[in-house]
Design a protein around this ligand. Structure first.
Ligand code: SF4
Ligand code: SF4
Length: 354
């Protein structure tokens, strides 16, 4: 059974920026904001059925929710759940404003700070803000401070640029093949500092706003042929209180990966519903590329993108295409047994390895 160990709480769709590559389509014009009661309900019910290891607060820009954010961090910290904030540092115009906010959040119990920066943030947020946030964060004993940088072929804000500008050598989270090399966390009592260097993804607003030359597609698409380890296990709560499969892109209202309103049904029922959906299981076990290839055999006329850079890009092209979903639902008699046998193989391999 797929059970969430991580919950990303998408506090709001509103953002101080309107980045061209935003996979959540956030911006100053967007509305939708979670209330504390809904967050508490989601955390309580998930944590009761299977322990949550980390709750990530993201958005939009989560610091816009002020007291709700503080209350939610405190609620998780009281339950010994690790917390992470993903922010664009728009609050760090000066070292003083950065200090004021970080001091409060650390006091609330925030463990990890994740600061996003890349070319598409710059029209809205100065790089100076990142410098202030990074520098001032050293005054507080966070468990981790990570700069999240997604870059493409034409990007100027790269890990090298960031290190030069900060005057420091900082470890990279991913190697040149995209493999996560965060195997050694900081020693207890010290802060893990890194740059999370990921690929610019052609998702949501980025797909419309950016030229295709900005993205680097996989040289061999078969490299993306894998089950998704995050589906359901790294779930998300949308700004309108829906349980989502993940925070890969904007999923509220999606026919496959939005499992429903947490205020209308117990979380346990929503997680069960997710596990009973063969398409969700297929994404987790066989992977989105397997599904795309399956659909194309039935309906070669469906105009899928010719190239992909990440597994989530493939997933987006499948779950946001109503005809593709209908083809999968209509062929559950074929797809279902494939999922079940792949699951048995995976379970057997896991048992043999343990
Ligand atoms: S990428 Fe981040 S900072 Fe930019 S609009 Fe989206 S949520 Fe806001
Ligand atoms: S592949 Fe799909 S389910 Fe998995 S993280 Fe990406 S968007 Fe979410």
């Amino acid at each position: 059974m797929l059970k969430p160990h991580t919950l990303t709480v998408l506090m709001t769709n509103t953002c101080t920026a309107r980045c061209a590559h935003c996979c959540m389509n956030s911006g100053p014009d967007r509305t939708g904001m979670l209330n504390l009661a809904t967050i508490k309900k989601a955390v309580d019910e998930l944590h009761l059925s299977s322990p949550l290891l980390t709750v990530v607060f993201a958005g939009g820009e989560p610091t816009l929710t002020k007291q709700t954010l503080s209350g939610a961090i405190r609620y998780c910290a009281d339950r010994k759940i690790n917390t992470r904030l993903v922010t664009n540092a728009s609050w760090a115009k000066t070292e003083n404003t950065a200090r004021k906010l970080l001091e409060r959040l650390r006091r609330d119990g925030l463990e990890e700070l994740n600061i996003s920066v890349d070319d598409h943030h710059l029209p809205y947020i100065s790089f100076e803000n990142v410098v202030n946030a990074w520098k001032v964060s050293k005054e507080f004993d966070f468990g981790a401070v990570v700069i999240a940088n997604s870059h493409g072929i034409r990007s100027t804000i790269t890990p090298e640029f960031i290190m030069k500008r900060l005057g420091e050598t900082i470890s990279l989270r991913f190697d040149e093949n995209g493999t996560d090399c965060t195997d050694v966390r900081a020693a207890k009592g010290s802060t893990y500092r890194a740059i999370s260097n990921s690929k610019l993804q052609r998702l949501e607003r980025a797909d419309e706003a950016l030229a295709k030359e900005e993205f680097s597609p996989a040289s061999n698409v078969e490299d993306l042929n894998m089950g998704c380890p995050n589906a359901v296990k790294s779930a998300a709560l949308s700004p309108n209180g829906h349980l989502l499969s993940c925070c890969g892109f904007e999923l509220e209202g999606n026919a496959v990966l939005d499992f429903g309103d947490v205020n209308l049904s117990p979380m346990e029922d929503l997680v069960h519903q997710a596990n009973n959906d063969m398409i969700v299981s297929a994404i987790a076990i066989l992977g989105p590329l397997f599904l795309k290839n399956f659909i194309q055999k039935v309906a070669p006329e469906i105009d899928f993108p010719k190239q992909y850079g990440t597994v989530c890009e493939v997933c987006n092209s499948v779950v946001k295409n109503p005809r593709a979903i209908q083809i999968l639902r209509d062929r559950m008699n074929i797809l279902g047994p494939m999922v079940i046998s792949a699951r048995m193989v995976a379970n057997g391999t896991q048992k043999a390895a343990s």
